[in-house]
Design a protein around this ligand. Sequence first.
Ligand SMILES: [Zn+2]
Length: 111
Amino acid sequence: MEQESWISRTQQFWKVHVLLGLLLITLISFGGVLWKTNESVESAIFGLGTIELVLIFIGMAGSTFSWMWFAFQCPECHQSVGKWVMRHSSFNTCFTDLISLGKCPHCGYSG
Ligand SMILES: [Zn+2]
């Protein structure tokens, strides 16, 4: 699949790995927030309190969103493809839509 997608033909598949890493850290920090708010015992995750964990989660969610928005660009028309996918796909399908693109949605450049 990697070889067939527009993302890999335009040498941008490494950005998908970065996106997945960011997404993973975001989910872990979200899990940390949930765990911390449900925790009745006084405990800290890596010495972090609830406020710090919430801030990390917001920061990571923002970074993930920004990466998706700005990192994926068409080498031909230099338009943001990540932005296009986020505008035209639902939250649940935007990731698979991004990696399964066959050509640039702006100019039709196929890589
Ligand atoms: Zn293009």
